[in-house]
Design a protein around this ligand. Structure first.
Ligand code: FE2
Length: 445
């Protein structure tokens, strides 16, 4: 597909020019009196000017018209987007959702923005601290509409249907089993090709980073070179009927009209860009002796809080891998966690649940809410012969894990009609195997 080239690397200082305009980047300075090709220079700041170099993020965009050329923003229908965490009373139960239903294009045309549904979240947008988890359910391309988020970054996980994403930095094709991050303020428009569904982790006021590797060393988990940044691409397109720019600002949606496509950036340079990543490239590190490493070993990206080691949100995956641990109950352990764990499934099935946790659905195990393998899984894994075996082939489950205690929205609990009221029953058949007179384990070991 034309224009779909990428620059590899994570967080690097990059420079890109649309090949139709060689030399579009000014030499030796950012803001010449007159830019090459008579473009406008515009800086997009993703961090405070004064952040230390390690966290300072900004890009310079050289564009046909500056972003400021638009009519005033006006409030529009909020649809199912919310940041009201008090819509319904808190619910500490284990929650599981059946696959969220995608509207049929034949019944109602819904694009990425009108198909955004906030499922849960916590924190405060105005103080730049918190997160939201959204589900997108759409069937139509955005056409002459783009979106930007003043509140935070979107980590987008397509589950069904590919996304062709036009951004101010160029185009990205993002397919299921890939993810992308579109950072705060970046304008984008999404083309879809079928009934399309996915998950979004939004973090307020912080950016995603690669996790530190500690004793793992210099390589492993998500390697920086596997992240891909789009290359500059522009269209000089007049839209006499009006192009609509939609903005999420302080949790509410606003729209403004302008006469041109916003994808009019001929060249850019900087370290504040959108990017994508193929989850197949994740280098899994895991136990090769006995017991489990904690699931943090599967962290792809983290959005750190100001407390050392504590994330606003982590993006964690459970990729195909070998299970080789000896004398070990291999599925995930029973667990209560101060962190909140939202799980989704891109494809296949999840190893700890045999039943109704399906692609396009989800589960939420909130702060200190117990969870773990269902009864079936426990019985089988307790008796299984521990030969090396492939785990999770053909599947990809993931987790959005947060240190914040999340509220579920009214849509999540009620109007989506996807909540599985019977989830708790998967643990009901668990029975005591306690043998007070014998210490000898009952299993095959
Ligand atoms: Fe857990």
């Amino acid at each position: 597909m034309c224009g779909l080239c990428y620059i590899p690397g994570f967080g690097n200082e990059c420079a890109s020019e649309d090949p139709r305009c060689p030399g579009a980047l000014p030499e030796g300075q950012n803001n010449p009196q007159v830019c090459p090709y008579n473009l406008y220079a515009e800086q997009l700041s993703g961090s405070a000017f004064t952040c230390p170099r390690s966290t300072n993020k900004r890009s310079w965009l050289y564009r046909i018209l500056p972003s400021v050329c638009h009519k005033p923003f006006e409030s529009i229908d909020q649809g199912h987007v919310t940041h009201n965490w008090d819509e319904v009373d808190p619910d500490p139960n284990q929650l599981r959702w059946k696959p969220f239903e995608i509207p049929k294009a034949s019944q109602k045309k819904v694009d990425f923005v009108s198909g955004l549904h906030t499922l849960c979240g916590a924190g405060d947008i105005r103080s730049n601290n918190g997160l939201a988890i959204h589900i997108f359910l759409c069937n139509t391309s955005m056409g002459n509409r783009c979106f930007y988020n003043s509140d935070g970054d979107f980590l987008i996980v397509p589950q069904k249907g590919k996304l062709l994403i036009y951004t101010e930095f160029g185009k990205m094709l993002v397919q299921p089993n890939e993810i992308c991050v579109i950072q705060r303020g970046m304008r984008f428009s999404i083309d879809v090709f079928e009934e399309t569904r996915g998950y979004i982790l939004e973090v307020y006021g912080v950016h995603f980073e690669l996790p530190d590797l500690g004793p793992i060393g210099a390589n492993g988990l998500a390697n920086p070179r596997d992240f891909l940044i789009p290359v500059a691409w522009y269209e000089d397109r007049q839209v006499p009927g009006g192009y609509t720019v939609i903005n999420k600002y302080q949790g509410k949606l606003f729209a403004a009209k302008q006469n041109v496509s916003p994808f009019n950036v001929v060249a850019w340079h900087g370290n504040y860009t959108p990017y994508k990543y193929n989850l197949e490239n994740f280098m899994v590190i895991n136990s090769v002796a006995f017991d489990h490493a904690d699931p943090s070993i599967f962290t792809v990206l983290t959005a750190k809080s100001v407390r050392p080691g504590v994330a606003v949100a982590d993006f964690v995956i459970f990729p195909p891998r070998w299970g080789v641990a000896d004398k070990t109950f291999r599925p995930p352990y029973y667990h209560r966690n101060c962190m909140s764990e939202f799980m989704g499934l891109i494809k296949g099935h999840y190893e700890a649940k045999q039943g109704e946790f399906l692609p396009g659905g989800g589960s939420l195990h909130s702060s200190m809410t117990p969870h773990g393998p269902d009864a079936d899984c426990f019985e089988k894994a307790s008796k299984a012969k521990l030969a090396p075996e492939r785990i999770a082939d053909g599947t990809m489950a993931f987790m959005f894990e947060s240190s914040l205690s999340m509220a579920v929205t009214k849509w999540g609990l009620k109007s989506s009609s996807c909540l599985d009221e019977n989830y708790y029953k998967c643990w009901e058949p668990l029975k005591s195997h306690f043998t007070p007179d014998s210490r000898k384990p009952a299993g095959p070991n």
